[in-house]
Design a protein around this ligand. Structure first.
Ligand SMILES: Cc1cc2nc3c(=O)[nH]c(=O)nc-3n(C[C@H](O)[C@H](O)[C@H](O)COP(=O)(O)OP(=O)(O)OC[C@H]3O[C@@H](n4cnc5c(N)ncnc54)[C@H](O)[C@@H]3O)c2cc1C
Length: 493
């Protein structure tokens, strides 16, 4: 028999479920040198340098205190001459940029600088804070694992009529489920709205209490429906709760769906931004050692949604000598976000029913509602006999929280400093076992610490997402026709 789940206690002050039309009450600007309204300012002890620009865009200023230089890196694309750098005259001491110094705004070129232009390389004095990589893999909760619900061809977002029920499928979002959640929920809402306008149903069932189920339930409530969520696992046990939480298009296929995806991305991004910190959402720069297809795809599909990429002559971190790239994105902290969603859903009268469905027939015999939204993530492989679904499992190392780290980082793995933990991940395999692998967690930490000169050097493992063979596989998948059979490259060659 299905069992009632107890309401989750409210962890946060009551506030309504995110409304995409509302703006964040306290948008927190990125710290450091910024270009609000197309103006960049870098303060020196004796006077200010003011870089006026009509540019739509952003720049990161990297100061070299010893040599009295600052380079202000503008967006790579809009400036015909490439990144612009400015060097103040001798003797002027520049303030070190604040944490996560990351420019905002939009640049379109035509920069004028009071201090003139000259190429300059930033020094390590301008480095952003170095993480503490202390990690005890044996500590409770230090190493977790989850399964990315990867669907070859595309995530599934469509309706069908089966056994007299209107079923909307919303699963298969790979490593981008948090990212796409609000946008997919809006599409689910559209499909159900059209259905109930004709059928006059007043109830809906949602299968799954991960991010897809919870956001879809919120949007169904907005239609005035009575909503029941059926799930095997409560939200805090789902893959969604374990996710790193970066807003990026990672490890998800979307063949032939660029039009739909543009809407999905736009709605998601705007809704998360409007939710703000109460929903565990922070604006963050991500420093990457390589051009990131996860962001380039967003820039291509939804131009203008996030600021353009910036090219940096050097990653601004201790021990780094390589060039890098900077993308502005969001960090969504799943534990905060999901708890907040569940709290809101409880207050709005959603009923949670704990039940593990054995198969599709079990769904139709257990669920009484005529409208069913299937958000079962990787569970859909078995439940809906979906052979396109593949498990792409990943481990995450959870280090102690370090509030001075206000940036995301990607090189030989990724690091997302959150309020609860500094999360380090980026490996994968193709098992559907959610047991954490402590040796893998240690390897993840070592790989990132190595970049900072704080761990012995090692070659990037073949089961890391940033290994070139994986990038190449993903590239080929993006070029292949939608129906090309796919097998994730899980066995290291
Ligand atoms: C290591 C890792 C890092 C990640 N990092 C990010 C990131 O930075 N950004 C990002 O956007 N995404 C990230 N993801 C991806 C993200 O976690 C997933 O895409 C997302 O959680 C999928 O959400 P979901 O609701 O579809 O599935 P889930 O969260 O898995 O929820 C599925 C729900 O369906 C229920 N269910 C399944 N089968 C049944 C059944 N037979 N009967 C009853 N209930 C059932 C489950 O109990 C659960 O409640 C990451 C994933 C992993 C593993």
């Amino acid at each position: 028999m299905p069992g009632e789940m107890r309401p989750v206690p409210a962890e946060l002050a009551p506030r309504s479920v995110i409304n995409p039309t509302r703006r964040s009450p306290n948008p927190r600007p990125a710290a450091g040198v910024r270009m609000p309204g197309g103006r960049a300012e870098v303060r020196a002890s004796s006077r200010s340098f003011r870089a006026r620009t009509t540019a739509r865009g952003t720049g990161a200023a990297i100061a070299d205190q010893t040599k009295g230089r600052v380079s202000l890196m503008s967006s790579d694309h809009p400036f015909p001459g490439g990144p612009v750098q400015v060097v103040p005259s001798q003797g002027q001491v520049l303030r070190k940029p604040a944490l996560g110094a990351a420019p905002e705004g939009q640049a379109n070129g035509d920069c004028r600088w009071s201090a003139g232009r000259r190429a300059a390389m930033p020094s390590e004095d301008a480095d952003l804070p170095t993480p503490d990589f202390a990690f005890d893999a044996d500590a409770p909760g230090a190493c977790v694992a989850g399964i990315r619900p990867y669907r070859c061809g595309s995530y599934r977002l469509e309706a069908e009529v089966a056994s007299g029920r209107f079923v909307v499928h919303n699963y298969g979002h790979g490593g981008a489920g948090i990212t796409l959640s609000w946008g997919c929920a809006a599409k689910v809402q559209d499909l159900v709205r059209a259905r109930v306008a004709a059928s006059h149903e007043t109830e809906a069932a949602v299968l799954g209490s991960g991010v897809m189920g919870l956001t879809a339930a919120a949007r169904l409530l907005d239609l005035g429906l009575t909503v029941t969520i059926y799930a095997n696992l409560m939200f805090a046990k789902t893959t969604s709760y374990k996710a790193g939480g970066q807003w990026a298009l990672s490890l998800v296929e979307h063949h032939g769906k660029d039009g739909e995806l543009k809407d999905v991305l736009t709605t998601s991004y705007n809704t998360f931004k409007a939710g703000g910190q109460d929903f565990g959402v922070h604006e963050r720069p991500n420093y990457t050692s390589k051009v990131s297809s996860n962001f380039e795809k967003i820039l291509h599909i939804a131009p203008g949604l996030i600021p353009p990429r910036q090219d940096l002559p050097r990653m601004p971190f201790h021990g780094h000598h390589n060039r890098g790239f900077l993308y502005q994105t969001l960090l969504v902290e799943p534990p905060t976000f999901l708890a907040r969603l569940v709290d809101d859903l409880n207050r709005r009268g959603v009923r949670f029913v704990q039940h593990k469905f054995a198969n599709r027939a079990d769904v139709f015999s257990t669920v009484t509602q005529k409208v069913i939204v299937n958000c079962t993530g990787y569970g859909a492989k078995k439940l809906w006999n979906d052979a396109a679904m593949h498990p792409i499992r990943g481990d995450l190392a959870m280090l102690r929280p370090q509030p001075d780290l206000q940036y995301l980082y990607s090189q030989n793995g990724y690091m997302f400093p959150r309020t609860d933990h500094v999360v380090i991940g980026g490996n994968f395999d193709c098992t559907d076992n959610e047991q954490p692998n402590k040796a893998e967690c240690k390897k993840l930490v070592r790989a990132v610490a190595m970049n900072f000169g704080l761990a012995p050097r090692m070659a990037i493992p073949e089961n890391f997402i940033q290994h070139p063979r994986i990038s190449e596989w993903l590239r080929q998948r993006s070029l292949a026709p939608a129906d090309t059979p796919c097998e994730p490259p899980c066995n290291p060659v």
